[in-house]
Write a protein that binds this ligand. Structure first.
Ligand SMILES: [Zn+2]
Length: 103
């Protein structure tokens, strides 16, 4: 477990991986190719952010304000994932049956 970094080589996950990969959805480390995944989720943060967005939207119809708020929210979510997400090895998941290696 480390903060937004591959546990194997320490390469930080990309903004795309931070923002668009869900919890327990394995992706490849761009540093070493190891399959890694986020152990936690920013879903509650995203929900709160969108609730706030709708609250602001009901107060103003200024598209520039709404766009600025929207992009700021996305940046916060992505950055938080990049720097705070718990990353684990995808093949080190406990409680799942190991696939038989038939080779
Ligand atoms: Zn790595």
């Amino acid at each position: 477990m480390s903060d937004g970094k591959c546990p194997k080589c320490g390469t930080r996950i990309t903004a795309f991986q931070a923002g668009f990969k869900g919890r327990k959805k394995p992706f490849e480390c761009r540093g070493c190719g190891q399959k890694i995944q986020k152990a936690n989720s920013e879903l509650w943060l995203a929900m709160g952010a969108f609730a706030a967005f709708w609250g602001i939207k009901s107060q103003t119809d200024d598209i520039a304000v709404l766009a600025a708020v929207f992009f700021a929210m996305c940046a916060v979510i992505v950055l938080k994932s990049m720097y705070r997400a718990q990353i684990e090895l995808a093949d080190a998941v406990e409680g799942m049956a190991q696939e038989p290696s038939s080779s």
